[in-house]
Design a protein around this ligand. Structure first.
Ligand SMILES: [Zn+2]
Length: 303
């Protein structure tokens, strides 16, 4: 997401945009600016930077009362923390220009290098997912080919639905133990259990090499739905056995056959489904989105 403040700055600087950043070349530096969680982030890349440059940057940041920064490969990441109000774009711009003016004067003949082949040549901004890169045309083409190959290989992988199903089932048993513990200690079913079965199911499915497709997602959800009932039934049974201080399964059977007990159990199972329903639908969409997402390398767009 690109917020209006940063978008406006991007337009002003003649930058391009990806899904979440403004990016571009300014005075022979490669620049990225984006919104983070309660912060704005400015990254300045320059293939050459020595200790003196670092000292200069630290001094400027001190003067401008910016406390957070870190050194990254060939550059610096400056973090502008935001508490209640958003950090002033004017101030960010001011700091950006002080630093790149300095770098330009010192390294006037060094242009940004391609992020892949590290050669100084005509390049442009591309992005894969949320990561933007400064690439020459040859490297862009190579990336494109690699991503296509990766996708073709993925499509050809065996589906392994059955082993995936077994994996989801085995991992879900951990969820049952948690349900039992929650029920015994807190006398109630936590809404988290439904989500837990799905998360464990996904983990188990993947560990057992099940391929994530819509059918895979359905397998995981089905296992989760079954486990919600099984888990509630187990938890309920353990509760009864503990209350009666017995391990006699026949007594348990008799009690579970009492209509009031049966109804209460049913009610608990229905409640678990209602509470977990939202999480399950959400997870289903996430899994389908993962499946649909074919990684592409795209040219950064105009703002
Ligand atoms: Zn290159």
């Amino acid at each position: 997401m690109l917020w209006p403040g940063i978008r406006k700055l991007g337009k002003e600087l003649g930058f391009k945009r990806t899904n979440s950043e403004i990016v571009g070349k300014l005075k022979n530096c490669f620049i990225k600016i984006f919104d983070g969680n309660n912060m704005k982030v400015l990254e300045i890349f320059k293939s050459e930077m020595d200790e003196q440059d670092k000292e200069y940057i630290i001094n400027i940041l001190k003067q401008k009362k910016v406390k957070k920064y870190e050194w990254i490969t060939n550059g610096v990441r400056i973090i502008f923390s935001e508490y209640i109000r958003p950090y002033s774009i004017v101030k960010i711009k001011e700091i950006l220009f002080i630093l790149i003016d300095y770098l330009e004067q010192k390294y006037y003949d060094i242009i940004p290098i391609c992020h892949r082949c590290s050669i100084e040549k005509e390049a442009d901004v591309y992005f894969i997912g949320n990561i933007s890169k400064y690439l020459c045309y040859d490297c862009f083409k190579t990336y494109e080919k690699e991503l296509n190959n990766e996708y073709c290989q993925y499509k050809q992988l065996p589906t392994n639905y059955f082993s995936g199903f077994i994996g989801a089932l085995l991992f879900s048993f951990i969820g049952i133990m948690v349900t039992v513990l929650l029920f015994v200690f807190f006398q109630r079913l936590a809404a988290i259990c439904g989500l837990l079965y799905i998360i464990l199911g996904i983990k188990g499915y993947k560990v057992f090499k099940g391929k994530m497709t819509p059918i895979g997602a359905l397998i995981i959800i089905s296992v989760g739905l079954i486990m919600i009932s099984v888990g509630t039934f187990f938890a309920y049974s353990v509760m009864i056995l503990m209350e009666l201080k017995t391990t006699d399964i026949n007594i348990l059977k008799t009690i579970l056959n009492i209509p009031e007990v049966k109804n209460e159990l049913k009610l608990n199972i229905i409640l678990s489904y209602v509470i977990s329903g939202f999480f399950i639908i959400l997870q289903l969409f996430t899994m389908l989105k993962d499946w649909k997402f074919q990684k592409n390398i795209l040219k950064a767009r105009d703002i």
